[in-house]
Design a protein. Structure first.
Length: 690
């Protein structure tokens, strides 16, 4: 396997991609086309309902639906689907895994780009052993849990055990849940993540849990903690065997509540393991829901905050949310990470309830309290909330991703979402592409980017990004649990902020009777959800680079990084451009897992420099990476910023490591030379303080 992979050449031939010099850096100018619309591209996904939908049907059949019925209305009765991107068969193009309800198979859509030159899909879920037809599947994350060079799949369940599907290396999977002890009980799990939290070379499983039964919403409306379920950490001890260390590792030692409530379980919708402070180990961030519990400002208390569980380097965590400025209340739903202001620090974006949903029931709602928004890393471990800027207000969101979708050199934000509240369905989110303005972390809604698919009429949950057609531009996959097509009415919220998002609306599941707090079923039946696969037009002339980090555990004795490179923090600096960071994260978003290939836009630059911070703290660098390259970068356990006694000592470490990597077939002779020369240049530049 070379640094610049043959996959890049093969895909270029297949799609007719010709890399030409770029004369201008375009901001925006990208549109998306949903190739899955109306059953296109081989996508036939339809989300099946969950068993608890029968409870909701019974409530709808009552003569009157009251405020008291809201708390006994089931949550997510049509399911909570997630989506993951992975190359399940190792053929060089990225495939799509999407979860479904009981009685319907989870789909594994095999991308046919490599086989046919066209981005179409075949559902191989049943044949591949990933269908899990009996499970009410929710979130999903992927990673190489056994370091054998291919991605495995961890699928969460609603009120039932989770499942670990191990890749057999031939495009099929084996369910090893029983022997691996990864079922983790019968919780209502939402999102999972993978990372090597104790730096032993094996990725561990991190699970975000909500509350004990989605048959009701007592945890949303009545009781703040008693129904909630602690998040979990399953430590990988090798050979796909796992041990639950959640309590001992500090995951249950939550703080930032009232003193009496510290240590309480949280209502978590999204969780991610990421080296957010760039100290060489994976921390854990989870997004928690305030829901209908009154906030401290309303005379109650804040339970919905973004928790940062900081790793001490051994897999023991401490809740530092208060100290770093993330203890801001919200109904937090999804998470994504990047470097929005190009300052070398990792920032995060968190989806929230939005500024519209509370207005029908709380006329005193304060604009911004429920905003989906970004938090900027300050370089000292703390974060700043700059507000939502020129967009004024924000909408509800679940799945989210930070990625430079227009390849102009700064990272943008994409998020989707919709929610069945009970009396109504929130339809505020039209599909949001927030376009970054010149690394300013100031965003405008790029409504021209979205496809003809009306996301405002899709109750989207999971969302993930990847380059599915190999053109160097990011594509977007999203899944809904139900839709609201024409002629179902969208009724605007009775509030106006002067925002581009004042198009926010609802679908009235129930209609007021005229008596306070009473409704009757509107008769509106909502069809099953679907899968949207939106391909970028990729035609604004901007350049790109993609980086696949590969850990060397099992090849080099000093290596610390799992084979999939999860936990690495990749940065790219275009020539005369701003450095941008893309951490390799399994999970986050909401119930979903983005491609684990780092994607960078170059604008009009022709080349740049890749820098990787590996788990354990080693840093490697590669210079002269050209526009249009797909770089497979192996971990070299010789850090250019280490305390080396001499340049010779460092050179010997690099030479020995590269010789072993070449013998293992992981680099070729030409690539070995490039890595060696880049390593020495990085060493000397670091010594000089360049």
């Amino acid at each position: 396997m070379g640094i610049i992979t043959t996959r890049r050449i093969a895909l270029a031939l297949l799609v007719g991609l010709i890399v030409t010099p770029h004369r201008a850096s375009a901001d925006g100018g990208i549109t998306f086309t949903d190739i899955a619309a109306h059953g296109g591209a081989g996508i036939t996904y339809s989300r099946g309902e969950s068993p608890r939908d029968a409870i909701f049907d019974q409530l709808k059949s009552q003569p009157v639906y009251t405020m008291a019925d809201v708390a006994i209305t089931p949550l997510k009765s049509r399911g909570a689907p997630g989506v993951a991107i992975l190359d399940h068969d190792g053929d060089g193009d990225e495939d799509i895994y999407v979860t479904n309800g009981p009685g319907r198979a989870n789909s594994l859509y095999s991308n046919q780009l490599r086989e046919s030159g066209v981005t179409t899909f075949i559902d191989v879920g049943v044949a591949a052993g990933t269908a899990l037809q009996a499970q009410d599947s929710t979130g999903v994350c992927v990673g190489d849990t056994d370091n054998d060079g291919d991605d495995d799949i961890y699928v969460l369940g609603a009120g039932e055990p989770n499942r670990l599907l191990v890749n057999d290396g031939d495009g099929t999977f084996t369910d090893v849940t029983g022997q691996s002890e990864v079922g983790a009980g019968s919780h209502y799990s939402t999102t999972c993540s993978m990372a090597d939290v104790d730096l032993d070379g094996y990725i561990d499983l991190i699970i975000g849990n909500s509350y004990d039964s989605w048959d009701h919403q007592f945890a949303i409306f009545v009781e703040p903690y008693a129904f909630n379920e602690h998040n979990q950490l399953l430590m990988n001890i090798g050979a796909n065997a796992f041990v639950d260390v959640s309590a001992g590792a500090g995951l249950e030692a939550t703080s930032g509540f009232t003193p009496a409530a510290d240590g309480s379980p949280t209502l978590t919708w999204a969780i991610a393991a990421i080296d957010i402070d760039q100290d060489g180990d994976a921390d854990i961030v989870h997004a928690d829901d305030q829901a209908a519990v009154p906030t401290a400002a309303q005379g109650g208390f804040d339970r919905g905050v973004i928790h940062l569980m900081q790793n001490d380097g051994t897999g023991i965590f401490s809740d530092v949310s208060d100290a770093v400025g993330l203890n801001q209340q919200g109904s937090w739903m999804g998470l994504s990470f990047g470097d929005l202001n190009c300052d070398g620090n990792i920032d995060l974006f968190a989806t929230n309830i939005g500024d519209y949903m509370f207005t029908p029931v709380n006329p005193a709602y304060v604009l911004g309290d429920g905003a989906s928004r970004w938090f900027l890393g300050n370089g000292d471990g703390t974060f700043t909330d700059p507000g939502v800027g020129s967009t004024v207000a924000s909408v509800f969101g679940w799945g989210t991703g930070i990625s430079d979708y227009d390849n102009d050199g700064d990272q943008d934000i994409i998020y989707h979402g919709g929610l069945n509240v009970g009396p109504f369905v929130d339809a505020s989110n039209p599909g949001v592409w927030l376009q970054n303005q010149a690394c300013g972390a100031d965003f405008v809604w790029d409504d021209a980017a979205t496809s003809d698919t009306d996301h405002q009429r899709r109750n989207v949950h999971g969302m993930a990004t990847a380059d599915l057609n190999g053109d160097g531009f990011v594509d977007v996959v999203s899944v809904s649990n139900f839709n609201e097509p024409e002629p179902i009415p969208l009724v605007p919220y009775e509030v106006s902020y002067g925002s581009v998002f004042d198009i926010a609306a609802i679908v009235p599941t129930f209609i007021p009777t005229g008596n306070p707090g009473e409704w009757v079923f509107s008769g509106i039946e909502l069809p099953d959800g679907d899968l949207s696969v939106e391909l970028s037009s990729g035609d604004n002339g901007n350049g790109w680079v993609k980086v696949d980090p590969v850990g060397s555990v099992g090849t080099l004795p000093e290596a610390r990084t799992n084979r999939g490179g999860i936990g690495a923090v990749v940065s790219f600096t275009p020539r005369r451009g701003a450095t941008v960071i893309a951490p390799i994260v399994s999970g986050a978003s909401y119930g979903s897992s983005h491609s684990q290939t780092a994607h960078f836009g170059l604008g009009n630059a022709k080349r740049g420099t890749v820098d990787i911070l590996w788990p354990g703290g080693t840093r490697n660098r590669l210079y002269g990476v050209r526009d249009g390259s797909v770089v497979t970068f192996p971990e070299i356990p010789c850090s250019y910023d280490g305390s080396w006694p001499s340049a010779g000592a460092y050179a010997r470490c690099v030479k020995k490591a590269l010789a072993t990597l070449q013998s293992a077939g992981l680099v070729g002779s030409q690539q070995r030379g490039r890595l060696a020369s880049s390593a020495m240049r990085a060493f000397h530049e670091h010594r000089r303080g360049d």
